[in-house]
Design a protein. Structure first.
Length: 159
């Protein structure tokens, strides 16, 4: 079974949403349901990826960075999205971090990169804004020899 993981920005400009959704759908739905999708279920790209993967018949694997991960969601809607997707995951992998720190986020991204066949990156090409950000995980995946598919429309900047 093929495994596709995701890393991506929490904030995706509205000008990018259709492009990102279409790009994810093209990759995830091309596998005819014989797919495992790895995501940390963070707001933004991770939750979008998980929703599309489930629509395409993939098995969702949730990679949870820390014991208190839920405290990092900024709104009730974001947290509800996390709970909804986590309840649909066939497997939860909890990493050994008590708190949601940059190191825990990096560890989750590295775990996903290490355990997938391809990494989808919803990435504007800029350096990470903190340890464990999208740019860091893309670089990690490339360093360990994982294929990375970047999905981002040309000319759009993240705010």
């Amino acid at each position: 079974m093929k495994r596709i993981g995701v890393t991506g920005h929490r904030s995706i400009p509205s000008a990018s949403l259709t492009h990102v959704r279409d790009g994810m759908r093209a990759v995830l739905c091309a596998n005819g349901g014989s797919l495992q999708a790895l995501s940390s279920l963070a707001t933004g790209a991770d939750q979008m990826f998980a929703d599309i993967a489930l629509e395409c018949g993939a098995e969702l694997i949730a990679v949870i960075p820390s014991d208190d991960y839920e405290l990092g969601f900024d709104s009730r809607d974001e947290l509800d999205g996390y709970h909804r997707l986590k309840s649909r995951a066939s497997q939860e992998i909890w990493l050994n971090h008590p708190h949601a720190t940059d190191e825990a986020y990096y560890a989750a991204g590295a775990y996903i990169a290490d355990n997938c066949d391809r990494l989808l990156a919803v990435w504007d090409g800029l350096p990470a804004r903190g340890l464990g950000g999208t740019g860091d995980i893309v670089n990690y995946a490339l360093d360990v020899g994982k294929p990375v598919t970047v999905i981002w429309p040309a000319g759009v900047r993240r705010t």
